[in-house]
Structures are given as C-alpha cells and as structure tokens.
Design a protein around this ligand. Structure first.
Ligand SMILES: [Zn+2]
Length: 164
C-alpha cells in the first residue's frame, strides 16, 4: 500500500490526490486499512483537494459490498490525500471537511481518520494520521506499516489527545 501511494504521488507531481479509506476492526481501537481508493477524475489543484462527494459515496458503497456488508468489522474508515506543497498535517480546511463528513455519517460512525501523505524532495515518504471523533475531539493516530508481503497499513488509536 505504501509503495502504491509513493508511486501515485510521484505521478501526481504537484497536484493533490486522494480517496477514501476502508478499514477492518481487529480489536477494540485497533484497525487495519484494507483499502485506499484513488479518485480517478481528480480535480485537485496544487493547494486544495476537491473531494468528490458523489464518487466517494459510490466507492464506500462498493466497498461495503465487497467486504460482505459487515459494518461491525469492515467500515468506512476515513479519507486520505496528499500534500505535495505543504507539510503532512491537516490544514484548517481539512479539519472542517472531516467534521462535516462525521456529521454526515450520523450515529453509524463515531470517528474518522484522515491520513495525509507526502513525498519530500528526496522522494522520502511521509505519512501523518489524525482521528476525528464525533465528540469534537481529535487524536493523534499511530500508523504501523506492516510487512510488505501483506501490503497493508494498520492504525491504532492512541490516547494522546491534541489541545483543541
Ligand atoms: Zn489537505
């Protein structure tokens, strides 16, 4: 997954790319990202990522189907996008978007994760993750990259809480 991200970012150059994340709950508060979609018709400019709401909804529905309609275990997990021209942490606009998305999900989803990826000038891969809670809090999120043969990234919610 990381390799695919890195090569995607290379191709996208200075444009932002992104998509939705689908996760599997392995244990309480412990998740594995099973899929990260990449929006095909991408309208991002160098500084703003235009999330395609309609396309994202379709992707989420398709993923629910693919994973057997088992939302307790497999569910919409959040969003990812790149920050080619900014550090790998969320912008104010990103945070607003995440809280709006959470509000849209209603009570079915009580948190969403935002992953921001970036290739720096030396082609080093950076990844930052934040968890947004329906309560209005946010948590730093730990990302463990599992072995390449499994091609997945896992995320564990940490207790560390940001000042808001
Ligand atoms: Zn952003």
């Amino acid at each position: 997954m990381i390799e695919r991200w890195a090569s995607d970012l290379k191709k996208a150059g200075h444009k932002e790319v992104g998509g939705v994340l689908f996760g599997e709950q392995i244990a309480e508060g412990d998740f594995r990202i099973v899929e990260a979609t990449r929006q095909r018709f991408f309208g991002g400019t160098a500084t703003t990522f235009n999330r395609r709401g309609g396309a994202a909804r379709k992707e989420i529905l398709a993923l629910h189907k693919k994973f057997g309609g088992n939302p307790e275990r497999f569910n919409y997990f959040g969003e990812w996008h790149s920050h080619p021209n900014a550090p790998a942490w969320p912008s104010r606009q990103d945070e607003t978007t995440m809280y709006n998305l959470l509000a849209d999900q209603g009570e079915a989803v009580n948190f969403l994760v935002l992953i921001i990826v970036k290739l720096d000038r030396d082609a080093r891969f950076h990844i930052g993750a934040t968890t947004y809670l329906a309560s209005g809090h946010k948590l730093n999120c730990e990302i463990d990259v599992e072995g390449a043969e499994r091609d997945v990234a896992g995320a564990a919610l940490s207790d560390e809480e940001d000042e808001k």
